[in-house]
Design a protein. Sequence first.
Length: 80
Amino acid sequence: MGRQAKQILDLRRYIPPLSLLKLTETFRHMRSNGVLEIMGQDPDTWTDLFKVLPSGSYELVGVQGKIENGDGYKVTIRKK
């Protein structure tokens, strides 16, 4: 597997329903083995993040909490 481009999805300025819609739209258009870095700050989005993605369609690559002055999180996933 070659090196894949990483997409960055910054959801910190979206309200939860719109951020989850943006996530599913972005994920749907990704190619297999594509890497997506998701940045957010709303705790509701964090808890629903993995509920909106199809089960078994992604691999969790990394999780980083407390980004940028302790506000928000960063999740990295790879599409299978």
